[in-house]
Design a protein around this ligand. Structure first.
Ligand SMILES: [Zn+2]
Ligand SMILES: [Zn+2]
Length: 75
C-alpha cells in the first residue's frame, strides 16, 4: 500500500489517498493539494469528476511541488 510521503518524513504512517502528479509521491488527505490555478485550465483537458481514486484524481500536488509551480508561474 502507498503511504503518505510527507507524513513519513515526520515519522507518521498514513495511508496515501492520492499521488502528486509532478513527483509521484503518495499523499494523505492532509497533504494533498488541489491545484486550481488558471494556467492549468485553458486547453488542459478536464479529467472525470473526482469520484474515481488512484491515478485519475485531477491535479493533485504535494506541498513541495505546488510551491515550485507557484514560483514558476509568478516569477
Ligand atoms: Zn500526510
Ligand atoms: Zn510533488
Amino acid at each position: 500500500m502507498l503511504k503518505c510521503y510527507d507524513c513519513m518524513e515526520k515519522g507518521k504512517d498514513s495511508e496515501a489517498v492520492s499521488v502528486c502528479i509532478v513527483c509521484g509521491k503518495g499523499l494523505c488527505m492532509d497533504h494533498a493539494r488541489r491545484m486550481d490555478l488558471p494556467i492549468w485550465s485553458g486547453n488542459y483537458p478536464t479529467p472525470a469528476p473526482a469520484k474515481r481514486l488512484k491515478k485519475e484524481l485531477p491535479r493533485i500536488l504535494c506541498n513541495y511541488c505546488i510551491g515550485q509551480t507557484m514560483v514558476d508561474a509568478f516569477d
